[in-house]
Design a protein around this ligand. Structure first.
Ligand code: PEP
Ligand code: MN
Length: 355
């Protein structure tokens, strides 16, 4: 591990770094003319990095080999994709998650599920519990919405991605969800993250809209440290200064995360753009940059949607996004996960490159 110290730490501060290093069993070398680099050698543990970062003398951990955190590539000998029913994310596989922002009418949800599945989505998204900016906006249909999701899963065998807003709802959402979504506003909710760390079910962790990459990865670390290794990250845009888009899709952060972490990461072009006409270009950009999949808001009649209708795309537009995904996957030598129920002919056609 390599620690960068702040300029001129006092002797007490410096001593506390050296003491901790020795207590944890590292050999210590102070490097550089200004003596502001400390190299620690020895076998460490994932939790050590944060212990050093918490010390006032430490400006940054430059390199954490010897004590990689659980999300880091170096922390695992072998990368594995994340499987959620028919969807496979990572290690050369891409998968599509699509559906409305919120669960509304059962008929509309079933119609949407059928349409997105027919286009190639392997998971249906839809929130029963909705995190809203205003307490007066539609908050989702709660338990009733979970029932609707369960019925659709039963009817067409599509996996379900749905948000868990509160620790108290983990049990009921768990029964319906194949992928438990943690929304942007909850990325810092360590109690919820810890609880999901105890579950044996995949978690979709969305980046907080004002979270640094480090904070995002540490949020994932809460889940991993609890023993749940099934984490799928999601870059959904961060808050910018310009209002032409709802957020700024941070593909630089996504590409960086793929360099440092073994966790698969998908892109959410819907919440990044905040407008339907920009969803397709952002989806293409995300996949071309290497995203392991997409989560997209789709609605049969976006103008009437109870939530995020302005950014929902139609069934036809989603079919174009799915065709783009096939084309980009083929170009990259990657595989797009296909719904299990697809007939062999459709499967073969879908694997063909799109002109
Ligand atoms: C959502 O997926 O509908 C949602 C609320 O997203 P986010 O948490 O990224 O805002
Ligand atoms: Mn939404």
């Amino acid at each position: 591990m390599l620690l960068q110290l702040r300029q001129n730490p006092n002797s007490h501060e410096l001593e506390s770094v050296l003491r901790l290093a020795r207590e944890l069993g590292y050999r210590v070398a102070v490097l550089g003319e200004t003596r502001t680099l400390i190299e620690l050698t020895g076998q460490g543990r994932p939790e050590h990095r944060s212990l050093f970062e918490d010390l006032p003398a430490v400006a940054r951990v430059l390199e954490s080999s010897g004590a990689p955190e659980r999300h880091e590539k170096a922390g695992r000998e072998q990368e594995r994709p994340l499987r959620v029913r028919d969807a496979v994310f990572g290690c050369g596989s891409i998968a599509l998650i699509a559906g409305p922002c919120a669960v509304e009418d059962p008929k509309l949800l079933l119609e949407t599920a059928r349409a997105v599945q027919a286009a190639g989505a392997t998971l249906l998204r839809g929130g029963a519990f909705k995190p809203r900016t205003s307490p007066y906006s539609f908050q989702g249909s709660g338990e009733e919405g979970l029932g609707v999701l369960a019925d659709v899963r039963e009817a067409i065998g599509i996996g379900i991605a749905t948000e868990v807003l509160d620790v108290r709802d983990v049990e009921s959402v768990w029964k319906v969800a194949d992928l438990l979504q943690v929304g942007s506003r909850n990325m810092h909710n360590s109690a919820l993250l810890r609880e999901l760390g105890r579950q044996e079910k995949p978690v979709l962790l969305k980046r907080g809209f004002a979270a640094t990459v480090r904070e995002f990865l540490l949020a994932a670390e809460f889940i991993l440290a609890g023993g749940n290794e099934q984490v799928l990250l999601c870059e959904r845009g961060i808050r910018g200064f310009d209002e032409v888009t709802r957020n700024v899709l941070d593909l630089g952060a996504m590409a960086y995360i793929q360099r440092v972490s073994h966790l698969p990461i998908v892109v959410d072009p819907s919440h990044a753009a905040g407008r339907a006409d920009l969803v397709r270009p952002l989806a293409r950009a995300g996949l071309a940059a290497g995203a392991d999949g997409l989560i997209v808001e789709v609605h049969p009649a976006p103008a009437t949607a109870r939530c995020d209708g302005f950014q929902a795309i139609s069934f036809a537009e989603f079919a174009s996004v799915a065709a783009d995904a096939r084309a980009i996957a083929a170009m990259d030598g990657r595989k797009l996960s296909l719904p299990g129920g697809w007939r062999a002919g459709e499967r073969a056609r879908a694997q063909e490159p799109v002109a």
